[in-house]
Write a protein of this length. Structure first.
Length: 272
């Protein structure tokens, strides 16, 4: 994919995700002079980033940019809309990573907005290993779609969606997926403690197993996880005994399906 950066970009919201994206854009080749960050409570990291790279931080009344990126918490949209609305010119691409906030929601609060891309990245974007899926409104021109591909691809893998409604499922799977993996790590460490291992060793073993397994999948993208799982599982062995529990009738598959359904339903509730 050929990188095509916007000439000007205003980022509204520079928390964990917004800050990770800003850092990824600058590392990926976005000119520091093209980026403006609006964040009322910037972290020390964002202040240092702006100072060291020459990025404008909280200037007064910047003009409408090529791209207006919204990275605030979804519940903060109403609060930031009065500041953001003047920045959404008729030729501005609005790039939103607000979970649950539809294109219709955004256009209602940004009256001049026409081209909108909704996307859902995840926290591994902070190390360039994120995965993002996005949907573009029909008004998005070819160059605006290329800007979105460059910006979202700078922090990991990027996929286009054909249906905006699919973003709720993406939010449930890859958006929240890292939290599920962290919860699995906690559960694995807790199980180790119940088997009598010291807490520090239990967590070290759990983290190592999860980190190693993830790296193995990363390095062997052509090998399905089912094959990797079978490679670890000797018939009638200890891992097979554990998987018989995890893959039972009310096991991991059913539990994950319920969890993902709950997340997707909550994303739908957050619209409006």
């Amino acid at each position: 994919m050929t990188k095509e950066w916007p000439r000007s970009l205003v980022l509204v919201g520079a928390g964990k995700m917004g800050g990770a994206m800003a850092a990824g854009w600058l590392e990926g080749g976005l000119a520091a002079s093209s980026l403006t960050i609006l964040e009322p409570n910037p972290s020390d990291e964002i202040v240092r980033l702006a100072a060291s790279r020459g990025v404008a931080l909280n200037p007064d009344d910047p003009p409408p940019p090529d791209v207006l990126a919204l990275a605030v918490k979804p519940q903060s949209l109403d609060a930031v809309a009065p500041r953001a609305a003047p920045l959404a010119g008729e030729r501005t691409l609005v790039l939103s990573i607000l979970a649950g906030k539809t294109i219709a929601n955004l256009k209602a609060r940004l009256p001049n907005a026409k081209a909108v891309v909704r996307a859902m990245p995840n926290t591994p974007a902070a190390i360039g290993r994120g995965v993002t899926a996005g949907y573009a409104s029909p008004e998005a021109a070819a160059d605006q779609r290329r800007w979105a591909e460059t910006l979202l691809g700078a922090v990991g893998a990027f996929h286009w969606l054909d249906d905006e409604a699919a973003l709720d499922a993406v939010t449930a799977i890859s958006g929240g997926g890292p939290a599920y993996v962290f919860a699995l790590t906690e559960a694995l460490a807790a199980a180790a403690e119940r088997l009598g291992l010291p807490a520090e060793l239990a967590m070290s073993l759990a983290r190592g197993a999860v980190e190693g397994a993830g790296e193995l999948m990363w390095r062997e993208p052509g090998t399905p996880p089912s094959v990797l799982r079978r490679n670890v599982t000797s018939p009638g062995g200890t891992t097979a005994a554990a998987l018989a529990v995890l893959q039972g009738e009310d096991g991991l598959d059913a539990l994950m399906a319920r969890a993902a359904a709950a997340a997707r339903a909550r994303a739908a509730e957050m619209a409006g």
